[in-house]
Design a binder for this molecule. Sequence first.
Ligand SMILES: Cc1cc2nc3c(=O)[nH]c(=O)nc-3n(C[C@H](O)[C@H](O)[C@H](O)COP(=O)(O)O)c2cc1C
Length: 393
Amino acid sequence: MSRALNSSQVVNIEDLRRIAQARIPKAVFDYLDGGAEAELTLAENCKAFREVTFRPRGAVAVHECNLKTKILGYEISFPAMLAPVGYSRLMHPEGEVAAARAAGEAGTGYILSSISGHRMEDVRAASRGPVFYQLYLMGGRAAAEAALERARTAGFSGLVITVDTPVAGLRERDPRNGMKQLLGSSPFAKIPYLPDFFAHPGWLISFLLDGGMPKLENIVIPGQGPMKLVDVAAALAESTVTWEDLGWIRELWKGPIIVKGLLTGDDARRSIDEGAAAVVVSNHGGRQLDSVSPTLRALPEVVAAVNGQIEVLMDGGVRRGSDIVKALCLGAHAVLIGRAYAYGLAAAGHAGTARALDILRSDVDRTLRLLGCASVLELSRSYVDVPATWARM
Ligand SMILES: Cc1cc2nc3c(=O)[nH]c(=O)nc-3n(C[C@H](O)[C@H](O)[C@H](O)COP(=O)(O)O)c2cc1C
């Protein structure tokens, strides 16, 4: 598989997406690929990058290109980290362990979702780089406290609190594909949806050899053990994170806290007041509230509101290294990538994730050289034009 990945057939992230689509069942692919409701925000996230154009400096020879930056004191080899992606183990048995390993080998950070099939200790051990834990309060406060203690003992680098998920968004592809029935316990309810699985024997065999439906190893409900996947939607609806929760979480977690999933200057300032060390401008990759701003457009307002007090990351729609460069030009310290690496993971596990990171890193390097800019630290608003219709710039 890795020879196929290095071939001329895989030159961009879209190529990995195509391979993933062929390898995994439609129900799993649509879960990964889809967005909420009419998928307006999903599309707009990508479109916003296309609307920003570069202003290169000509006749500049860049001999050494610096892609390194620091996030929360951790040096990363290029300005992109891996976003939390739930159910990664359904995409490939290597799941979160492979993604963390590929991130570490590429010299960057990984964020482990609470909705993960591998034990957090194994994920942490898979990477030499920074690994963060993204906390949902599913399973109640006692389960969250136990997860925080495990994350501390395992040596996680920081905590990510996602604030845009008071309930799961309606991703319309999922009910059509029978996601609920497939994750449920009734074998009869699954029958109409099984042909999709049998049409992907390679994935099916690896899934069965991996023990079938994984449990949520990091959400351990006292007295009950790890939460089952089927409980996720109901559990999310009962576990809204509020600003008040940040108080007790901060008491228990002495390391840095990143607030993920905001789109306004007001929420960014509130995050600073609550002790956040960084924020992620994010709309969950268009999977939660549809019709919100594309994140690239929301980024400048947040950067202005934060005014250098804490670090600002962004995610949503990053599919090319040039997208990463544009986000940095508009003030992001770094980006998170979600689907861009998850397509690689679904296509070929660790090798596919590594290939995705390799593509993005060489994109960033080439884009900087073509821009005539020697370092990601020197990128600024002066290297891009934004449409006149973008307000509040
Ligand atoms: C399949 C999938 C699962 C996700 N699961 C989580 C999650 O468990 N927790 C979370 O905070 N964000 C989750 N996200 C959102 C990502 O962390 C990130 O915000 C988003 O993918 C960025 O958009 P992009 O996919 O266009 O890069 C998920 C995204 C995808 C695509």
